[in-house]
Write a protein that binds this ligand. Structure first.
Ligand code: COA
Length: 375
């Protein structure tokens, strides 16, 4: 393996009809549709339908699909009971991993990988992750979970289940758009992890668990939370330069910047920047957007690096009043639809994913018995 291929950079490891990233032009397409059009005019449910069924839904098909998703949101007694007993030190991402295990244990179709079973499970997973995140958050605050309302769209219902108050329309629409923007992005680390697990013919729940684990790291989904922590630490525009100079001199990565595939602007970041500006100060003090802009300009000057999806999503989630450690679980909710679509693709045309490693260790040597080894 050459140095430039470390981390499988530039390696094509699967065929997919789900999304296409043009890293040079900074463009992203879901099944041929430009993400800018989908995010500007469509909804998360519509893009989910597009990924899972291959075409945009008619109005009737979308209504039926949204109804099916809503019917899958349930406060399951087994789930609530387990969430009540996990340690209070559990992070929301580790709680979500536990919750996905429970969901698999109560699903009669868990072990079946045919298309019908996979689609059914995909709907249950995407619908239930918001229920799990909201219920765990309330339980750790000593509050009872709020039961889902099937009459609301998924993002609006998540906000209601989190706060036990009617969701704000602007906030619900903004959250829905972030789910759409997070939905699918080729063979990113978590999606690749899902496909590797699915290629063993393990089921969708097992694959999604692997996806969640991969997403939790700060170089992947954890970056939105870390970007917000950085903005909080910087605190004001006049501290941006000093902060970045110190961190870059220490060779620390600046969270929310850089990308393996995009050479210029990440198109999702462009959309989120506009949203961050519009929503700034909706909850709490305004100003996160201005600091974010200053960090963005300074990173371009110092490193020539553009921000990625996670940078402005952090400001958006702050403006929506989302608790900091729920930022990455929200990424997981959106991306779970993409993970499911990839698992369905893998299960339909499967071959075990099993690459080779280049051996860099010692050459063959004789075994020395333990009583003949030096202490
Ligand atoms: N902050 C500072 N420098 C960065 C950087 C960042 N966020 N991202 C990349 N660089 C620099 C590296 O230090 C390296 O510089 P060098 O050649 O002088 O050593 C160069 O850019 C290449 O970086 P590398 O880590 O090899 O790129 P990659 O393709 O392996 O990594 C990421 C891509 C996304 C993992 C990386 O940009 C990163 O860690 N970003 C921060 C985490 C993040 O936002 N993740 C979410 C991604 S959507």
């Amino acid at each position: 393996m050459t140095d430039s291929q470390q981390g499988l950079a530039g390696v094509t490891a699967a065929d997919t009809a789900l999304s296409y990233i043009d890293g040079e032009a900074g463009r992203l397409f879901y099944r041929g549709y430009d993400i800018r059009a989908l995010a500007g005019q469509g909804s998360f449910a519509e893009s989910l339908y597009l990924l899972w069924y291959g075409e945009l839904p008619s109005r009737t098909a979308l209504t039926v699909f949204e109804g099916l998703l809503a019917a899958e949101r349930k406060l399951l007694p087994d789930l609530e009971s387990v969430l009540r007993h996990i340690p209070s030190s559990a992070t929301p991402m580790s709680a979500l991993l536990t919750a996905v295990s429970v969901l698999s244990q109560v699903d009669e179709d868990a072990a079946y990988n045919d298309l019908e079973a996979d689609i059914g499970k995909a709907g249950r997973i995407v619908s239930m992750l918001p229920v799990c995140v909201a219920a765990h958050h309330r339980l750790r605050l000593g509050l009872d979970p709020v039961a889902p309302d099937p009459n609301l769209p998924l993002a609006a219902d998540f906000l209601r289940m989190l706060t036990d108050s009617p969701p704000d329309k602007v906030a619900a629409e903004a959250l829905d758009t972030t789910f759409l923007l997070y939905l699918e992005h080729g063979l990113n680390a978590s999606t690749f992890a899902c496909r590797v697990v699915a290629s063993t013919l393990a089921d969708l729940y097992a694959a999604v668990s692997a996806g969640l684990a991969a997403l939790s790291g700060p170089l992947h989904g954890g970056a939105n939370e870390q970007a917000m922590r950085m903005l909080d630490e910087i605190g004001s525009i006049d501290r941006v330069g000093e902060y970045l100079d110190r961190e870059l001199a220490a060779k620390h990565k600046i969270m929310g910047f850089g990308h393996r595939v995009y050479r210029g602007e990440d198109p999702r970041a462009s959309h989120l920047r506009r949203m961050a500006e519009e929503l700034d100060g909706m909850h709490g003090d305004p100003g996160t957007y201005e600091i974010s802009r200053a960090v963005e300009t300074a990173m371009l000057e110092r490193k020539g690096l553009c921000c990625n999806v996670d940078f402005y999503c952090a400001s958006v989630y702050r403006s929506l009043g989302i608790p900091l450690d729920l930022f990455t679980p929200l990424f997981a909710i959106g991306r779970s639809g993409g993970w499911a679509a990839h698992v369905m693709e893998q299960h339909r045309d499967n071959r075990l994913i099993r690459p080779r490693a280049r051996y860099t260790g010692k050459p063959e040597r004789p075994y020395v018995r333990i009583d003949q080894r030096n202490d």
